[in-house]
Design a protein around this ligand. Structure first.
Ligand code: SF4
Length: 428
């Protein structure tokens, strides 16, 4: 819960509304219109309003200001833009954080972020189990939209079993309904665990009225996973895709959107053809990895058409097992059109376990162990998703320069999109 409120004013812009009123750096911003200020989201909201009251605690007294300004006029206060992470109060059966290897991993990877403010700012999925009713009201009042919500199932009892939450919270359906009525757009997800939340059909039916889009993604299993969990196999992937496709057909007619989208891995697991680029509509769930292959192919084809000449030389690309067929297919097309020699290496994930096949979880030590002594050409191309959010470091702590030095090859990090891929390969 958000217990503490009030924020220190770091600076006041010269000539701004706040400065003219006499507000000074070092004072404390307490509330707007009587609502306590918890973080910069309160400030951002009121900074785009015209008329409101603002309470500030100065050195000796509390002052209430009546603010009148233009909507786009900056009030002029600088506050901290940091929001400390609020951890989750769950212990989900499939929690990826709990499945991380014992090895030394940076502590940020072990943070169980379940913060609705981070959902609004960064698009992280949250369960809403650690959010009070007054915070739901705050979300609506400040218009913190869209939010990304992990639903998993609309069956409350089953949801409690999956999340193993320590707190009693209102039902997820009542929360989604309230947020939706309050004008908050919600993108939802189901982490599909075969044998646990197979009734995807009822969940889609129940949450569809309150949400903008829904992703169905397979549970991710590492070598440390909970033994209760089963891997999504071809039969379970096929079954869940049939449900998704049934709803897509119905909702395209009724809502004008397919609404529910399945992860690329589910099509790969079922051995089914992936939907076309157009079928993903506005790629509402791309941050969840949904439609990545279609988007990559689309960007790749457009980039290939736009370049006539290229200088490929001999180089290598390393990727995860799931993306390897696509990357191989694209590398061959580049080679055919521009010449050169491109070695594509599929990296088995020994660090997290061989069931982990995505490129984003390939680590430096697996790349080194599997590519050492292999022909690499003049450079090794790797997608940026293999690195942590900040810094040139893989998830296992290996740095890009360490890998480059150990393999004796230049390592080139590229954005994981089709255009960057072509540009990097042909040195455009
Ligand atoms: S909400 Fe569940 S999956 Fe997410 S961090 Fe918490 S325990 Fe892990």
């Amino acid at each position: 819960m958000l217990k503490y409120f009030g924020m220190k004013i770091l600076s006041v812009t010269k000539g701004s509304v706040a400065e003219e009123l006499g507000v000074r750096a070092g004072e404390e911003l307490i509330s707007f219109d009587g609502f306590p200020v918890f973080d910069f989201l309160d400030y951002d909201y009121y900074n785009s309003c015209e008329n409101f009251t603002m309470r500030v605690r100065g050195k000796d007294e509390i002052v209430d200001y009546e603010i009148e300004k233009y909507e786009d006029e900056d009030l002029g206060l600088e506050l901290s833009r940091e929001i400390p992470v609020r951890s989750c109060c769950n212990n989900c059966v499939f929690c990826f954080v709990d499945q991380l290897p014992e090895e030394e991993l940076r502590s940020t990877l072990r943070v169980k972020d379940d913060d609705y403010r981070h959902s609004f700012i960064f698009g992280n999925y949250v369960t809403l189990t650690n959010v009070s009713e007054s915070e739901i009201d705050r979300i609506i009042r400040l218009g913190l939209s869209p939010l990304y919500v992990s639903v998993h199932t609309s069956n409350e009892e089953l949801r409690r079993k999956i999340l193993r939450t320590k707190r009693e919270t209102p039902s997820i359906l009542s929360r989604l309904e309230k947020l939706s009525r309050g004008g908050i757009k919600i993108h939802a997800q189901i982490v599909y665990c075969p044998g646990i939340n197979d009734d995807v059909d009822s969940t889609i039916r129940d949450i569809e009225p309150y949400t903008q889009s829904l992703a169905v993604v397979p549970v991710g299993l590492t070598r440390n996973c909970n033994p209760e969990l089963k891997k999504v196999d071809s039969a379970s992937a096929d079954a869940v895709l049939s449900v998704v496709e049934k709803w897509q057909k119905e909702l395209l007619v009724r809502r004008g959107t397919r609404f529910v989208f399945a992860a690329d891995e589910l099509y790969l697991a079922a051995g089914k053809e992936l939907p076309s680029f157009e079928d993903y509509e506005d790629f509402a769930q791309i941050e969840n990895g949904i439609g990545l292959i279609a988007a990559f192919k689309h960007e790749f084809d457009a980039a290939m058409e736009s370049y006539e000449n290229g200088d490929v030389g001999e180089l290598s690309i390393a990727t995860g097992e799931s993306a390897a067929p696509l990357i191989t297919e694209c590398a061959l097309k580049v080679q055919k059109k521009f010449g050169g020699k491109i070695n594509v290496y599929k990296i088995r994930n020994d660090f997290f376990g061989s069931t982990v096949t995505v490129a984003g979880l390939v680590v430096g030590r697996d790349i080194f162990n599997q590519l050492s002594g292999k022909p690499l050409g003049s450079r090794l191309v790797l997608p940026k998703v293999m690195l942590r959010e900040f810094g040139d470091v893989f998830l296992d702590g290996t740095t890009v320069s360490e890998l480059s030095e150990k393999l004796g090859v230049k390592v080139q990090i590229i954005q994981p999109d089709g255009e960057s891929f072509v540009k990097a390969l042909i040195r455009a």
